[in-house]
Design a protein around this ligand. Structure first.
Ligand SMILES: [Zn+2]
Length: 64
């Protein structure tokens, strides 16, 4: 299990980026929304999609 956050601020492409809590590139905590603890990034992304219309995963902490 890992803890996941999603950036409440969208990128220029209008995506909200999902990060693991341990990410080196994690944005400032005040811009993040805590998704919870999940077994996979896919599960975390599905939860994030319930809050934001367009969601993507961080290239640094969630490699494709
Ligand atoms: Zn990340």
């Amino acid at each position: 299990m890992a803890e996941f956050y999603v950036d409440r601020t969208a990128t220029q492409g209008e995506d909200h980026i999902v990060h693991k809590a341990v990410c080196d590139q994690l944005p400032p905590m005040e811009t993040l929304f805590y998704i919870g603890s999940y077994a996979s990034a896919d599960a975390a992304s599905n939860i994030a999609k319930g809050y934001f219309p367009s969601v993507a995963t961080c290239k640094d902490c969630i490699p494709a």
